[in-house]
Design a protein around this ligand. Structure first.
Ligand code: FAD
Length: 476
């Protein structure tokens, strides 16, 4: 006997579980299927983000930052900390418990919102006789669900490098990178994107000699150039070696470690020997096991599920959100799409503003931005004004002992509307929210400049950068 639902969501990551909750809030009878297993074989909803992405990486970043502070920065405050040691297995166990709290939290939210959860792999069987689709759940038991509407939120997987398959022992994806049991002496990374920089930072802080190999000639090409340069300076100072413009050749994996042959930007042949190699060269949309072909679901040229601006697929009543569709692979983008789709299904007008999706890299210094970069505005032929303010001139940053970086505003030269805000420095992952709100409400730089900000706070750097657009900073 099949079970009938208004909506069946396949995938319980940030895109799927949030869509399920919002649809249930709107009065629909909802099922959510997720196949992720914890180490005991039980359900672990939350997807990549909760299990091997956003949450565990931030837990390790926090632990390693404490370690670095105790070792390198406590002395500045007059605190003597000798014999500081890192118990890596305890750090990893703490990370696992943070993950579990999040998994359990989602299961609780499903109960609270009366979402029926099914643990197993969901796949299309066929279009149902009286509308909707039949979905098989293959888990500990097998079930058949019928959903009048379907939301696919099956996420993405780490992209492998041909010739260097992940063994999660020496050659690691994000999954293995979050489970390393002891600090490697030498750690190599291929790819200097968000994931590479965050993982590299964790293990560098714990004492690994980290080298990042990047194929592109520019560092963090998507980031505003001035901000990327400032961040690179800080990473160089910390001893994070980043080689740009390399061409990776043969990778040999043996019991002793990994040997990576590459050509550097000058065309010289090099070899990098490391105990572990993390490959972080992007992610591929995941449609494995969905049996999408059986119902004629269309994919695009990247293998992502093809959707329109409203997340509708080519099949009536079938929607797709998150990493498995076009757009930035970010948890909050997946969530926003999940909410918007649930609201559209309920006849409302859910909307995702792609121009105000914030980006954050949780290194130290943190990097965060929203809107267009200076190089994008130039390419688009937009006349703009820029204003920057360094954390060096911010009282709270001085008190914290962390004055690296700046806030930068880009505003329309005529209307003063904020077109982009770019930050590198302490706690900018939190500061960026103000810029997102401002841009969402189409604020001008002057609007921010005229708002009272608490003193002393890092947010005063945001106000001052907005003042700088009009060349009237007060503290610099
Ligand atoms: C190391 C790392 C750090 C990251 N840090 C950040 C960050 O700080 N901030 C940020 O915004 N983003 C971050 N991301 C990206 C973020 O994790 C993803 O953008 C986000 O998880 C996408 O959500 P999703 O719901 O689309 O897919 P996912 O989170 O991948 O969830 C998909 C779920 O569907 C399940 N599934 C797949 N196929 C089936 C099937 N057929 N049946 C049943 N279940 C299925 C999977 O098991 C999984 O649980 C990070 C990623 C990584 C790897």
């Amino acid at each position: 006997m099949s079970k009938q639902f208004d909506v069946v969501v396949i995938g319980g990551g940030p895109g799927g579980y949030i869509a399920a909750i919002r649809a249930a809030q709107l009065g629909m009878n909802v099922a959510c299927i997720d196949e992720w297993k914890n180490d005991k074989g039980g359900p672990a909803p939350g997807g990549t983000c909760t299990n091997v992405g956003c949450i565990p990486s931030k837990a390790l970043l926090q632990s390693s930052e404490h370690f670095e502070h105790a070792n390198k920065h406590f002395a500045d405050h007059g605190i003597t900390a000798t014999g500081v040691k890192m118990d890596v297995s305890k750090m990893v166990a703490r990370k696992d418990s943070v993950v579990k709290q999040n998994n359990d939290g989602i299961l609780y939210l499903f109960k609270k919102n009366k979402v029926s959860f099914f643990h197993g792999r969901g796949s299309f069987v066929k279009a149902a006789a009286d509308g909707g689709y039949e979905i098989k759940v293959a888990g500990a038991t097998e079930e058949t669900l019928v959903g009048k509407q379907i939301i696919i939120a099956t996420g993405s997987n780490a992209r492998a490098l041909p010739g260097a398959e992940f063994d999660e022992v020496n050659i690691l994806s994000n999954d293995g990178a979050l489970r390393i049991g002891a600090v490697p002496k030498k750690l190599a990374l291929i790819g200097s994107g968000v994931i590479g920089l965050e993982m590299g930072s964790v293990w560098r802080r714990l004492g690994a000699e980290v080298t990042v190999l990047e194929g592109l000639p520019t560092f963090l090409g998507a980031v505003d150039e001035q901000i990327a340069k400032e961040a690179k300076k800080a990473f160089d100072k910390q001893g994070l070696k980043i080689e740009l413009g390399v061409k990776v050749g043969e990778i040999k994996n043996s019991k002793k470690g990994v040997s990576i042959a590459y050509t550097n930007s000058k065309g010289e042949a090099q070899t990098l020997d490391a105990d572990k190699l993390i490959i972080s060269i992007g992610r591929v949309p995941n449609t494995i096991g969905l049996n999408a072909e059986s119902v004629g679901l269309q994919l695009d040229e990247r293998g992502a599920i093809a959707v329109d601006g409203d997340c509708k697929t080519n099949l009536p009543g079938v929607w797709a959100v998150g990493d498995v569709v076009r757009g930035p692979m970010l948890a909050h983008k997946a969530e926003e799409e999940g909410v918007a789709v649930a609201e559209r299904m309920a006849g409302q007008h859910g909307h995702v503003n792609f121009n105000t999706i914030p980006w954050v890299i949780y290194t130290s210094p943190e990097i965060a931005w929203v809107g267009r970069t200076e190089q994008q505005l130039k390419a688009d032929g937009v006349k703009y004004k820029a204003g920057t303010f360094p954390f060096l001139a911010n009282g709270r940053a001085r008190a914290l002992g962390d004055t690296t970086g700046m806030v930068k505003f880009l505003a329309d030269a005529v209307t003063d509307e904020i077109l982009g805000v770019h930050m590198v420095g302490p706690q900018v992952s939190e500061l960026i929210a103000e810029a997102v709100v401002a841009m969402e409400f189409k604020a001008s730089a002057e609007d921010i400049a005229r708002i009272c900000h608490a003193h002393p706070s890092l947010s005063e750097a945001t106000k001052e950068a907005a003042l700088a657009v009009d060349k009237r900073t007060l503290n610099f």
